[in-house]
Design a protein around this ligand. Structure first.
Ligand code: RP5
Length: 173
């Protein structure tokens, strides 16, 4: 039986915080987590609601840099104030993911997140899964500026993606 090498590996501090407004957002935000897993980027996922847990929001946003995070991915739906409020209280780059809402299909989430006033930026990604995946990739790109090994893994990830695209569509697919 192979030895469990994880036991000898020192714990890695999470570099990316994935925060979301509700448990219901996890179905979308899990795609950000899976992408960071594939790239070997340590993260921590938390539920932080701008409306239901405002004190938790302030504590997280004000303390995120001191906790050691280098970037924040924030996903929320509907009246999606979370990314903007986090951005207002941290110097870290904040990437916003509009979660697809039931009533307006995420257009409400998108406009809530993207229309920040000048001076408090949120890098806003696409609605839903694509946004969650791309938020992870862009956060990893930021970290890769000072991490050559991660930059190599990102290059490999892109090369594998390119390799996976067929020249022609398969019939019936
Ligand atoms: C937002 O309200 C959350 O980000 C979520 O997308 C939305 C609905 O939340 P639940 O009612 O499902 O908890 O704050």
């Amino acid at each position: 039986m192979a030895a469990d090498l994880r036991a000898d590996t020192p714990p890695v501090s999470p570099l990316v915080a994935i925060v979301m407004g509700s448990q219901s957002d996890w179905a979308t935000m899990t795609h950000a987590a899976e992408t960071l897993d594939k790239l070997g980027v340590a993260y921590e996922a938390r539920i932080v609601s701008a409306h239901r847990t405002p004190d938790r929001l302030v504590a997280f946003a004000k303390g995120a840099k001191a906790e050691g995070f280098k970037a924040v991915i924030a996903g929320a739906g509907g009246a999606a104030h979370l990314p903007g409020m986090v951005a207002s209280m941290t110097p870290l780059p904040v990437f916003g993911v509009p979660v697809q809402s039931h009533t307006l299909s995420g257009l409400d989430s998108l406009l809530s997140i993207v229309q920040m006033p000048a001076g408090v930026p949120v890098g806003t990604l696409a609605i839903g899964r694509a946004g969650a995946v791309n938020a992870a990739l862009i956060a990893a790109s930021v970290l890769a500026l000072s991490d050559e090994a991660l930059a190599g893994r990102l290059d490999a990830w892109r090369a594998a993606q390119t390799e996976s695209v067929a020249d022609h569509p398969s019939h019936g697919a």
